[in-house]
Design a protein around this ligand. Structure first.
Ligand code: PBG
Length: 350
């Protein structure tokens, strides 16, 4: 049936007192009532640093590369020019071993990068990731109860082979944090999900004169499959097994409150939820429980790779989808977002 006058279908239209569309009529009106605004000052830009020269592109993360120290300084300069206040550093060592000795070596790759970036761009906030997985030959986040070749069994309380020993790992994490602080790191960010890692690092920093170095704790970090591309980038995939004995079960949210509360008690200055996109409810829950602490969300490698892949196929608009995604993280309660899209997102926001 053809309708000659569509307005005839409308009855009662004058009774609509509330019309949310009134405030959506123009961009000017929409921007006046916008609740969440992304800003380059919200971003922390991750950098992967390796020995040698130049840039080594990472296939699963188009636009991201492993960088020499010199290239890392250049990349940090680009961030500074775009008003991005901070970078977070990940190192790929020259050699790996069961303990990850380069992780706290004075001439380690991250140590070199911290000094170079602070020398070149003093105002850039240098955050460092504190974990062992990129430095150990087995790719795990701590000291194992059995050496990778099966020799030298350690006392294990009948734990499974390859179990990450908690307390011996804490001593190493403390050393790494102090080593980074000595080079001028502004914030240290433990990511290994060891129990007591914030307390151990706080104690190590305080007893070496670094009581003013803040800790951004990866307090709520899930055993996620979204880290795949990062493990290519940082060459830190576990050689066997997985990280489920320390990272959280993706099904849990009440446990996130327990993890966050512990880290707050241990002296964390800032909290993080990771990954971000599949965990927006967790970001909101943790933010509501600890509104007084700044909170970061980690927009992880798999989230980045999915957008890049879909955009490369012409299936989505990269800029719009990226900004929409980052906005969702901020709307959920994140104050800061660690994102590989930081440079482009800052440009798109201009
Ligand atoms: C551990 C660490 C990881 C990420 C950040 N820090 C990897 C892991 O836990 O396996 C992942 C970040 C990403 O996927 O972008 N050093």
């Amino acid at each position: 049936m053809a309708i000659s006058d569509p307005l005839k279908l409308v009855t009662n239209h004058r009774s609509l007192i509330t019309r949310p569309r009134r405030l959506r009529q123009t961009e000017a009106l929409r921007s006046m009532v916008r609740e969440t605004e992304l800003n380059p000052r919200d971003f922390i830009y991750p950098l992967f640093i390796r020995h040698g020269q130049g840039r080594t592109p990472i296939a699963s993360m188009p636009g991201i590369a492993q960088l020499s120290v010199e290239e890392a300084v250049r990349e940090a300069e680009k961030a500074a020019e775009l008003d991005i206040p901070a970078v977070i550093l990940f190192g790929i060592p020259a050699e790996k071993d069961p303990v990850g000795l380069e992780n706290f070596a004075d001439d380690g790759i991250v140590q070199q990068a911290i000094r170079a970036i602070k020398r070149g761009i003093p105002e850039m906030v240098v955050v460092t990731d504190i974990c062992m997985c990129e430095y150990t030959d087995h790719g795990h986040c701590g000291i194992l109860n059995v050496a990778p070749d099966g020799a030298q069994p350690r006392p294990s309380q009948s734990l499974p082979e390859g179990y990450v020993l908690n307390d011996p790992t804490l001593d190493v994490l403390g050393k790494v944090a102090v080593s980074h602080a000595e080079c001028g790191a502004d914030i240290v960010a433990p990511s290994g999900m060891m129990d007591g890692m914030v307390a151990a690092i706080r104690d190590a920093l305080d007893t070496t004169g670094f009581e003013n170095v803040p800790i951004l704790s990866y307090a709520v970090k899930y055993a996620s499959s979204f880290y795949g591309p990062f493990r290519d980038a940082a060459e830190g995939a576990p050689k066997f097994g997985d990280r489920k004995s320390h990272q959280m079960d993706p099904a849990n949210v009440r446990e996130a409150l327990r993890e966050a509360a512990l880290d707050v008690d241990e002296g964390a200055d800032m909290l993080m939820v990771k990954p971000a996109l599949a965990y927006l409810d967790v970001i909101r829950t943790v933010k509501e429980a600890f509104p007084e602490l700044p909170m970061a969300a980690y927009n992880v490698s798999g989230e980045y790779a999915m957008i890049k892949a879909a955009a490369a196929n012409g299936w989505i608009n990269e800029a719009k989808v990226t900004l929409e995604t980052l906005t969702s993280m901020k709307r959920a309660g994140a104050d800061l977002i660690i994102t590989y899209h930081a440079l482009d997102a800052a440009r798109w926001l201009k």
